[in-house]
Write a protein that binds this ligand. Sequence first.
Ligand code: DHB
Ligand code: FE
Length: 287
Amino acid sequence: MCMSGKTKMAKITSGVACSHAPALGVASDSGISNDDYYAPIFKGFEYSKEWIAKEKPDLIFLVYNDHCTAFDASMIPTFALGCAHEYPPADEGWGPRPVPVVKGHRKLSAHIAQSLILDKFDITIMNEMEVDHGLTVPLTMMFGRPEEWPCPVVPLAVNVVQYPAPLGARCFALGKAIRKAIESYPEALKVCAFGTGGMSHQLQHQRAGLINSEWDARFMDLLINDPEQGCRISHVEYLREAGSEGIELVMWYVMRGTLNEDVNEVHRFYHVPASNTAVGHLILENR
Ligand code: DHB
Ligand code: FE
């Protein structure tokens, strides 16, 4: 209780969209983020590191997808909410990334799980979960290489790996329900929502390396200025215009749903190529 007798509530004040290409994590971990190939990409996040150091969120709600790491093909939840005390980086084939263990916030997770399920979003509850590059790379891009991550993270894993992935409109609606959940939590927490993945993105077969910068720019404009329209982009359009893994972009709509209708675009960065894909990054603040 504060002096006025009113309980302070958690509040979502900003959103970050960020690609999560694993090569960026490897570049950071192996100390080559300053070489000719990676320097222009990491430079695009210099402002972001300053911004987040000033913004100082108390907690990050991070939307990402697991890439057959925590979940193998035997079980693929559509929406899985992290409700654990901590989330160890997963071994993705070359050992776990040498980054800090991600600390959670169990009480807030439990509150969000209850609020979402009573709000008819039947999410999966993850009391244990290892996290892959989908979650750790955006933390690296925003915070660099700290001893400990500066704040706890509540993760939400979205299935975009096996058809059928959820629609953008469902992700947008879920984002709104997440906002309602977080902003009914009685603790003065400043929360930043992350949506990760994308952008143009095809890792396999004949169109591998597909980049559609025009479409990516339009996607960002719609996400910011007309999300009600943008969240209706069809699965076929993602596939055709942004490639076979372009569907990762529906996760940006969960983040967008947690924000006000009107947001300020504080920062935009776009770079091609990074490994085989386009790096896209936005910082949005509630107006
Ligand atoms: C790449 C990007 C991804 O999002 C991913 O999960 C795997 C690879 C890439 O850019 O290579
Ligand atoms: Fe991915």
